[in-house]
Design a binder for this molecule. Sequence first.
Ligand SMILES: Nc1ncnc2c1ncn2[C@@H]1O[C@H](COP(=O)(O)OP(=O)(O)OP(=O)(O)O)[C@@H](O)[C@H]1O
Length: 332
Amino acid sequence: MPSSKTWFVIVNPTSGNGSCKKKWPDILELLKMYEFHFEHVFTEYPNHGIELTQNAIYQGFRRFICVGGDGTLHHIVNGIMSQKHVVPNQIHVGVVPIGTGNDWVKTHNIPKNLERAILLIKNGHPKQQDVGKIEFLNSSKKPIYFINLAGIGFDGLVISKVHKYKHFGALAYVAGALLGLFLFKNFQSRIMVNSKVIETKTFMVLVGLCKYSGGGMQLTKSPNPFDGLFDISLVKNIGKWDIIKNMSKLFNGNITKHNKVETYKSSSVSVTVLDNGNPYIEADGELIDSGNMHLSLIPKSFSFYGGTKNAKQTFGANQSGYKTLVLFVISI
Ligand SMILES: Nc1ncnc2c1ncn2[C@@H]1O[C@H](COP(=O)(O)OP(=O)(O)OP(=O)(O)O)[C@@H](O)[C@H]1O
């Protein structure tokens, strides 16, 4: 049985397009220098983080460090939320962000600098944010949990393409979006939210808890991971050229003001696909399924070490993302 002070460190060597493997020796030194008691493991295949987290909880670990990107963190969250041994928010998670998008950490002011991220964990006090739960209608698949954003439609298609472009860094999401625009067909869906039933041609439905997704895009209006409500964007029958013309608005949040976008605040939402399309569902940037889904919110269930607003923000992708996009488009 590990002591309550022992950390369980989960390292995804493939995160950040493989940069995690190169940075791990420095992280190891820093953890030793700041006198963490810890054990560490490497993930060996996709989704392995879920199993590693659950086994560590059964062994008695209550404090985790995620060394990786949004996907690695997503799997740790799913390991925590899908076990029945310990109340989820009694397990505390620190993050050393070494992903490609690193979207979740931007909301919580977690620095990308390795030493500062580790010091934040060492000196921080855990906060609790809301967790989303996705249940798959017409399927026996187990629920999936998310802490950043989940989406169905175009968003899911982009995630299905992104892995091919991870060597572009955060621009992988832009590359996936540009390719996806030419492949995607809007689908007919029924959305149930706040006792309202909406049937419409749909580009995507986004269900947000935190502010950034897709490498720094802001796709919902005013997400708050602590308020017990999802921040939902229903993007109706928008055209491809309309998206291209409004590309900058994906990064500054103004896309939610477009006349084809409706926004809602709710603690649950269902999406049923009404035509032959089988749109992909993504959660925290991971492709998880396709088809119909029901989402509900579990308040303050994820406990983590976050930074403060005053901490120096080292990402700034929301400001720089659009400029980088323009450079990227010019370069291809
Ligand atoms: N040993 C491994 N081999 C292959 N894939 C792995 C391995 N370990 C974990 N994975 C998978 O790697 C994927 C990507 O991880 P992660 O999201 O942390 O990095 P990233 O994609 O670079 O960052 P971000 O999501 O922030 O853009 C996850 O889906 C995870 O399941």
